[in-house]
Ligand binder design. Structure first.
Ligand code: 4AD
Ligand code: MG
Length: 433
């Protein structure tokens, strides 16, 4: 209850009482003497019934004039109604139009995706987008809570950076007073510095990739949560990723039942993900399984969307693929001492065809070997001077991972395309609205 009005989400506490609701008209149905107004206020939608017999003529005329998405304030009595999805409706007594909306562009009819994307600023009001954003909000809240409750220190990484972290082909560059700065691809390198200061740390922020691929999995701006842990090896990293993701899914299942239902998400396909352990397979094993399904894959290639889709149909819950060939992974990965051609890394793939949601592993902690990799990747050593310091002064084994929020929300909500998992998506070919 805020000053002077009630939210739909609190309505059950007000049965039998007169309340004031402030919101927008989602839809309207009328019969001669009755108007059924679907009023949404951001916390929920409730039917408000205007009966000609019960209200002043002026109130009835106002509700006659009401159009979709007009803003309004209604006062009326809350009554239980078993036909209502939320169990209550409001018998309107008075009504005020705050602003009459004319020609709202998104109607009940089917619209094309491009049209909806152009109107993303309005599309967010629809019940489906509302449900997705509520799940996203829960995923983020639960993620922060997970690391906060386990004594990880939040360390914010910079967005303007001097060098690539995840490969030079997907860098956005900007002019920073005459110097080139790149938009960060990952906070990881800074988190490694922070882990040497605080032990266990995480960051959460926007990251950028100039991906030239138009796929259902790629955004150019996305949000990533990245923990980093000193004295962690690959197994510790995998244990952490598994514990975090299963906890996260459990919280969404607890807190977002109604949203998942409104998205018609098959919750039974999600439930296994709330239980540990998750299967773990090596890259070698993954290649064999792909070949057994007639997917042509060369040992040494990274998996693309197609391979991931096939793999992610093999298990009913998320699973980890570990020890990829070092040649297809980033420069900072530590090699497996038992098989140096492999990197001590892991990806977590979501089931039902969703594919990679987490990438991480153990980092190279030896200066000489790190230098070889910086050179082999053609990266400028000068830009990594500070990062090299971390291997000069008290270097320890360490590792971490990054989870993409939108990929995760897309999987949890069962979305066909990642663009609906972020409020204002940036993709190749789209920077508006
Ligand atoms: O696998 P990536 O590239 O790993 C890193 O950036 C590491 N530095 C993270 C770390 O170890 N701290 O990205 C991590 C995750 C992916 O698994 C995916 O979920 C997401 O970020 N991601 C994207 N999401 C949307 N659009 C893109 N273009 C993405 N690229 C990566
Ligand atoms: Mg990756």
């Amino acid at each position: 209850m805020a000053a002077g009005h009630t939210y739909v989400s609190d309505i059950a506490r007000f049965e039998g009482q007169t309340v004031t609701l402030k919101g927008w008209l989602y839809a309207k149905r009328s019969s001669g003497k009755l108007h059924f107004l679907q009023v949404r206020d951001g916390t929920g939608t409730i039917q408000c019934v205007v009966s000609k017999a019960d209200v002043d003529a002026e109130v009835f005329e106002l509700s006659d004039a009401l159009t979709q998405e007009s803003s309004l304030v209604v006062t009326g009595q809350v009554r239980a109604d078993e036909r209502s999805p939320i169990g209550f409706e409001v018998g309107v007594e008075t009504l005020e139009i705050v602003q009459l909306a004319e020609g709202y562009p998104i109607g009940p009819k089917e619209h094309g995706v491009a049209f909806l994307m152009d109107n993303r600023h309005l599309w967010l009001r629809s019940s489906r987008q509302h449900a997705i954003m509520r799940v996203r909000s829960t995923v983020i809240r639960a993620s922060r809570a997970y690391f906060d409750e386990r004594d990880f220190t939040l360390i914010d990484a910079p967005i303007f950076t001097p060098a690539a972290c995840e490969g030079t082909t997907t860098l956005f560059s900007t002019d920073h007073f005459g110097e080139t700065a790149f938009l960060t691809q990952s906070g990881q390198l800074y988190l490694e510095a922070a882990a040497m200061a605080f032990g266990r740390v995480y960051c959460f922020g926007p990251t950028f990739r100039a991906e030239k691929s138009k796929t259902r999995r790629h955004l150019t701006e996305f949000w990533m949560i990245e923990p980093e842990v000193a004295y962690a090896d690959l197994d510790t990293v995998m244990d952490l990723a598994e514990d975090y993701v299963s906890t996260l899914v459990g919280r969404v299942l607890d807190e977002c039942r109604r949203e998942l239902e409104s998205l018609e998400r098959d919750v039974s396909a999600l439930e296994p993900a709330a239980e540990k352990p998750y299967p773990r397979i090596s890259y070698d094993d993954a290649v064999e399984r792909l070949r057994a399904r007639d997917v042509a894959v060369e040992w040494g290639d990274d998996f693309g969307g197609d391979e991931e889709t096939v793999l992610s149909e093999l298990f009913e819950k998320p699973f980890l693929v570990h020890r990829y060939p070092a040649s297809c992974k980033a420069f900072y990965m530590k090699n497996d001492p038992e098989r140096p051609e492999l990197a001590l890394c892991c990806d977590m793939l979501a089931p039902e065809g969703y594919g990679e949601i987490v990438g991480g592993g153990q980092r190279e902690d030896d200066l000489a070997r790190l230098d070889e990799k910086i050179d082999a990747h053609d990266l400028p050593r000068e830009s990594f001077e500070w990062y090299r310091d971390l291997r000069r002064y008290g270097s320890v084994p360490h590792g971490g991972f990054g989870l993409g929020i939108e990929r995760t929300v897309g999987w949890i909500c069962g979305l066909r395309h990642i663009r609906e998992a972020i409020p204002f998506p940036r993709l190749m070919g789209r920077v508006t609205p």
